[in-house]
Design a protein. Structure first.
Length: 322
């Protein structure tokens, strides 16, 4: 509990910085005044229409990516199993780019296509993975292959798409909070509350399953129901978050391992993973907007954080013969 309280305090601090820092800096008092102002111009517009949606959607997306990544890694018992590694986010991205560049769509319809495509691609990966003890490893390998195919398809669409829409697609593909709107908040909030709540309820059973299916069954865990519920909820969370912000790299991949370090793999690891996901998004957004002269998408910064960890993880797995 102390870890969760500390993380919430860090999130609150970073949230205040996100609302106060930018091209124009405001004091916290000014932010509060402008937020409740009836004016729709100037500073009030910046606070209510630009910064507040980034704060809420970025926080919810980070939390969704965090617990989705933690769930995948525990379900498949593999630290490489996260939505951005096994092809879930690539499926959502391909549909969004197709909608933007080929069909000329925008707004909620692109998000809808993104979610449906992410779920459909995962179903294909799941069916191709078969059954048995090697299911998790096969799913990861097939997912990586599917991701390569989808990334090639995305590259082709970027080449043939309208040059006027390519910039929008590229910003979305890098994972960005720049295009989020107030209208994006309800969908991701409802999905995060429902699916995140279900995952937190299943967390105890999920941790028991880490000891082996046979042991979990003796403790009365309905392993099939828990596995299906966790998989579906994690998929919907990651696909919805991707639809809202684009595929913010490495948040799902990093949150679980950091959470386990913070809790000693304890009972609060799942909510901690979600909170760490939010911190990663907030901190990366602040760095991208205030440290560099060029305003990079948040996904560029999180990708830089995840790349060294992925290399270290692969080296350690290779040493263990895994």
């Amino acid at each position: 509990m102390a870890c969760i309280v500390a993380l919430i305090l860090i999130i609150s601090f970073l949230g205040v910085l996100m609302m106060t820092l930018g091209n124009t800096n405001y004091s916290l008092k000014e932010v509060i005044e402008y937020f409740f102002s009836t004016s729709s111009k100037g500073a009030a517009y910046t606070i209510k229409t630009l910064r507040f949606p980034r704060l809420v959607v970025g926080g919810l997306a980070g939390f969704a990516f965090g617990i989705a990544g933690y769930t995948f890694q525990n379900l498949l018992r593999n630290p490489l199993a996260s939505p951005d590694i096994i092809g879930v986010t690539a499926g959502s991205s391909a549909a969004a780019v197709f909608g933007i560049l080929i069909l000329g769509l925008s707004g909620a319809i692109v998000s809808f296509f993104s979610v449906i495509s992410g779920l459909a691609v995962t179903c294909v990966i799941f069916l191709l993975s078969g059954k048995g003890q090697a299911f998790g490893s096969r799913m990861i390998l097939i997912g990586i292959g599917m991701q390569a195919v989808l990334n090639a398809l995305i590259s082709w669409m970027l080449l043939v798409g309208s040059e006027y829409d390519v910039g929008t697609a590229l910003r979305w593909l890098r994972g960005s909070l720049n295009m989020v709107q107030t209208s994006d908040i309800p969908a991701i909030m409802v999905v995060t509350i429902i699916c995140g709540g279900l995952l937190l309820v299943c967390d105890k059973n999920l941790r028991m399953m880490q000891l082996g299916d046979e042991f979990a069954i003796t403790l009365g865990v309905p392993i099939t129901a828990v596995r299906v519920c966790c998989m579906v909820c994690a998929l919907v969370l990651s696909a919805t978050a991707t639809a809202a912000t684009g595929p913010i790299a490495s948040v799902a991949f990093l949150s679980g391992p950091i959470a386990k370090k913070c809790t000693g793999n304890g009972k609060n690891a799942m909510p901690v993973a979600g909170l760490i996901g939010t911190i990663l998004v907030y901190a990366s957004e602040l760095v991208s907007k205030n440290v560099f002269e060029t305003k990079y998408p948040v996904g560029v910064i999180t990708g830089l954080l995840g790349a060294p960890y992925l290399l270290l993880l692969l080296l350690n797995l290779n040493k263990k013969g895994a």
